[in-house]
Design a protein around this ligand. Structure first.
Ligand SMILES: [Zn+2]
Length: 197
């Protein structure tokens, strides 16, 4: 059977989980895959999705489950791989943002941890070099914190009139239009008996 490429865990620009598929037929190119419905093992090609085609793969435990078709077959004719170094450099920026946001790490710490992990993450020295050359600078990363603080801390002008933005969860705010989590509300309880309202 023909060899298939491997996948590594990454983040979308909205920091949702995605997979980066490394092409074997076109070495040096990659395809992005995102979850079909937020749960389960089906992931669809991001490039095909933009072209309104559905091309999905089954990924279990960070590995592709081989199907009847090679992972690089069955894509939209305009779906082309993206240079892996480009995809991975964007991943560096997203990993730092994700660390700042989910762990509350300071940008300097998140930046140096992520940069130090580059040699471990990429076996090929050539790819390491390309990722380092294209990675964000510390100056650009420092600005991320204020952006994330602004996103997390929305001022409340009137406590008796809570903004709609603050009534939905972070997951609800960042979900895709098709997602069942889109604009999901916090579960609110009131009264001594904790009745939902
Ligand atoms: Zn595709």
């Amino acid at each position: 059977m023909e060899e298939i490429g491997s996948v590594s865990v990454g983040r979308t620009q909205y920091l949702r989980k995605m997979y980066v598929y490394r092409c074997v037929r076109q070495p040096g190119l990659a395809l992005g895959y995102i979850s079909v419905n937020g749960t389960g093992y089906a992931y669809r090609c991001l490039q095909c999705k933009r072209l309104r085609k559905n091309r999905s793969l089954t990924i279990v435990n960070d590995a592709i489950v081989p199907g009847t078709q090679h992972p690089e077959d069955g894509h939209h004719e305009a779906c082309k791989g993206v240079p892996l170094a480009e995809v991975e450099s964007r991943q560096i920026d997203r990993q730092i943002r994700d660390a700042v946001r989910t762990t509350g790490k300071r940008p300097r710490e998140a930046f140096s941890n992520t940069m130090c992990a580059i040699p471990k993450r990429y076996k090929s020295e050539e790819l390491q070099q390309q990722v380092i050359v294209n990675a964000p600078t510390y100056a650009s990363v420092r600005r991320l914190l204020s952006r994330h603080r602004a996103q997390r801390c929305t001022p409340i002008p009137d406590p008796l009139n809570i903004l709609d933005l603050l009534r939905s969860t972070l997951r609800g705010r960042e979900a895709d239009d098709e997602s069942s989590h889109k604009n999901e509300r916090f579960l609110l309880y009131s009264g001594e008996n904790g009745k939902p309202h």
